[in-house]
Design a protein around this ligand. Structure first.
Ligand code: HEC
Ligand code: HEC
Ligand code: HEC
Ligand code: HEC
Ligand code: HEC
Ligand code: HEC
Ligand code: HEC
Ligand code: HEC
Ligand code: HEC
Length: 388
């Protein structure tokens, strides 16, 4: 950049500062100095850009994660109780990660929109922030966290882990939590990361929220429908830490986090979700990614008795490929799929009903899939049970 160019920019910058008179003090020393060293790369503010939400899926943001996230955060010891604290990312990126590209957005208006990504009530002297999205236990309970969605999917190769852990030599196991040493292809190991979410247990309250009085035979969400999945680093970082040296290191964010791909259609009903009125992020995340059966309930006695492997083949599971999470309909064999309708199979009944009435909606296992054409897998499953 030539000298006049830079002077002009500096003048514009100064003008912008005056416009934002309220923000005189904050962090100006840093950016003002940085202006000399680094090229100014102010993005054109397209009219569509909403500066109140941050997305990792903007090409300019696809940099090395460490450009914005410094591991570990200064406050990692403060966000968790001392006995369970571990080095982690628990705070927002600093102004320095944004300012070189977003000077314009940082200094526009009396209350620049961009501040609200991190701050609750931004001002020259108010640095109060929303909880950072990690730990989720704290974030999910906050106004910002209640309806938040992640930009990422998790890469967790199940098969590698199940094998690795059962093969670990004793001396290598020292650092591994007791539970992990028992890791096998069995339900015991799965429980470390997947528990029944909001179980009904011994209580009489079957439904997750009070159903409408005129529910009749209609579907309403029951407790114990979903299994949880990890919502943070606690389990992963017991092994993946600087101390153990097991790759990927905790600083290698991108080994475990990958930008979400467009998912296939899920058996999910947004309006029903709103009516159920839970606003629980774990439930929403699980329900909206049900790619086979939106009504299947894990805690239900006959279902809970079965080994996970009856329905989940973890060796074929790729957590970055939602299609691989589908459960095969043949897992419902014998109980819901029988040789003939007279044997009680609900799938047989629903297929027969659809054949008799093209507008018949399949409701036993489905919320939104039930009005679609019958998939070949269903016809085949019934045929196989009938011995055809
Ligand atoms: C340009 C800066 C920037 C870069 C580069 C960046 N992040 Fe972030 N990240 C942020 C900001 C800002 C937030 C807080 C966003 C919010 O709360 O709305 C955030 C939040 C997150 C979150 C929690 C929210 C979510 O979407 O789940 C995860 C996980 C995350 N970052 C992972 C990563 C990973 C992995 C990389 C590298 C592949 C990365 N980040 C690169 C700025 C960045
Ligand atoms: C290397 C330059 C660069 C850095 C660093 C950077 N951004 Fe951006 N950002 C961009 C560009 C380019 C766009 C796209 C502008 C547009 O669409 O108008 C953008 C867009 C955005 C948007 C609008 C998102 C949307 O959906 O359109 C927000 C909000 C944002 N950035 C926040 C941040 C925050 C907060 C940081 C720091 C944690 C940051 N950016 C760091 C270059 C950068
Ligand atoms: C990407 C998240 C993010 C954005 C966007 C952001 N801040 Fe901050 N802000 C922080 C963090 C993190 C700190 C704490 C820095 C520290 O303590 O090291 C901070 C600190 C502050 C402070 C305390 C003084 C200082 O500089 O440490 C003020 C005041 C402040 N921010 C105001 C603002 C205003 C006004 C905006 C919008 C123009 C803004 N911030 C945008 C994350 C952000
Ligand atoms: C160390 C933790 C860990 C263990 C142990 C583990 N998983 Fe997972 N599992 C994950 C993570 C992480 C994901 C990805 C979750 C996500 O995408 O949000 C996942 C995803 C899944 C999914 C797909 C979830 C979905 O969103 O549809 C199934 C099914 C699953 N695991 C079953 C199992 C079974 C069965 C076992 C026991 C053999 C097991 N897992 C053991 C961590 C684990
Ligand atoms: C009778 C079949 C069956 C059994 C047994 C079963 N599941 Fe599932 N599970 C399903 C179905 C169906 C889904 C929905 C998958 C989809 O459509 O994405 C599911 C989904 C999941 C999910 C994603 C979250 C959710 O609830 O949607 C996890 C995690 C999971 N199962 C773990 C387990 C674990 C761990 C076990 C053993 C304790 C287990 N499952 C036993 C059928 C079963
Ligand atoms: C019991 C210890 C242990 C735990 C807990 C653990 N891992 Fe691992 N992980 C390993 C080991 C050992 C390797 C193999 C390292 C190697 O071969 O270099 C590995 C490898 C990986 C890899 C690279 C695998 C590949 O095939 O490239 C990823 C990604 C990963 N782990 C993610 C996770 C995530 C996500 C979690 C938490 C949900 C997790 N791990 C929890 C021990 C563990
Ligand atoms: C060994 C695997 C692994 C590594 C390395 C890792 N993460 Fe994660 N991270 C996870 C898992 C698993 C979760 C919880 C599941 C989820 O986010 O869907 C998680 C959750 C988070 C969350 C909570 C937000 C949310 O949406 O759940 C943030 C923020 C985050 N990671 C940021 C980072 C950053 C930044 C780095 C690099 C400094 C990093 N992670 C490195 C596995 C990893
Ligand atoms: C016993 C439970 C059950 C019943 C009853 C059932 N389904 Fe399914 N359905 C599943 C499972 C499991 C899957 C995921 C495996 C598959 O795609 O075959 C699925 C998948 C689907 C899909 C998605 C297929 C795709 O390409 O992704 C549609 C559409 C569907 N079913 C329609 C129907 C219709 C129409 C009926 C009634 C005639 C019906 N289902 C009855 C369990 C059931
Ligand atoms: C070992 C037998 C067995 C298997 C296998 C089985 N179920 Fe069930 N399921 C039952 C029984 C018994 C009931 C209770 C009677 C009924 O509602 O049909 C039931 C009930 C249900 C219900 C209604 C639950 C409620 O709370 O109202 C759904 C939905 C369901 N099953 C879906 C599935 C799906 C999808 C599969 C395959 C992925 C499956 N089941 C596999 C035995 C089984």
């Amino acid at each position: 950049m030539n000298r006049t160019g830079r002077e002009l920019r500096l003048k514009l910058f100064a003008a912008a500062l005056c416009a934002a008179a309220g923000f005189i003090v904050f962090a100006l020393i840093g950016p003002a100095r940085a202006i000399h060293g680094s090229p100014l790369e102010t993005p054109e503010a397209s009219p569509q850009a909403k500066y109140s939400t941050f997305s990792h899926d903007v090409s300019a943001h696809k940099m090395d994660c460490s450009k914005c996230h410094n591991f570990p955060s200064k406050n990692w010891k403060a966000v968790r109780p001392a006995d369970s604290a571990f080095p982690d990312i628990t705070e927002y990126p600093s102004h320095a990660s944004c300012i070189n590209c977003h000077r314009q957005q940082f200094f526009r208006g009396a209350r620049p929109q961009i501040c609200t990504i991190c701050h609750t009530n931004p001002g020259p002297r108010n640095s109060t922030r929303h909880p950072f999205p990690n730990p989720r236990e704290v974030f999910d309970a906050s106004p910002k966290g209640k309806d938040a969605e992640s930009d990422f999917d998790i890469n967790f190769p199940h098969s590698t882990h199940v094998d690795i852990v059962s093969e670990l030599r004793p001396q290598a196991v020292e650092f591994v939590r007791a539970g992990w040493t028992r890791m096998r292809r069995s339900e015991e190991s799965c429980k470390i990361c997947h528990q029944t979410h909001m179980p009904q247990g011994d209580s009489d309250a079957e439904y997750a929220t009070a159903p409408p009085k005129d529910l009749g035979d209609n579907f309403w969400l029951k407790k114990g429908t979903f299994k949880t999945s990890p919502i943070g680093h606690t389990t992963c970082f017991t092994c993946h830490s600087a101390d153990t040296g097991i790759e990927p290191a905790p600083t290698n964010c991108a080994a475990c986090h990958a930008i979400k791909q467009k998912p296939p259609p899920a058996d999910f009903d947004k309006e029903l979700w709103a009516r159920v009125g839970l606003r629980d992020r774990s439930t929403r995340d699980a329900w909206s990614t049900r790619y086979s059966s939106g009504t299947f309930r894990h805690e239900f006695a006959s279902h809970a008795e079965m080994d996970c492997a009856t329905c989940h083949d973890v060796s074929a599971l790729k957590t970055l490929d939602p299609r691989s999470m589908k459960v095969a309909i043949t897992s419902c064999n014998n109980c819901h799929i029988t040789a003939t309708s007279d044997d009680g199979g609900i799938l047989n009944f629903e297929i027969d009903s659809r054949k008799a009435d093209a507008s018949f909606r399949c409701v036993k296992c489905h919320l939104s899939f039930g009005t679609q054409p019958i998939p070949e897998s269903h016809i085949k499953a019934v045929a196989a049970m009938a011995g055809n």
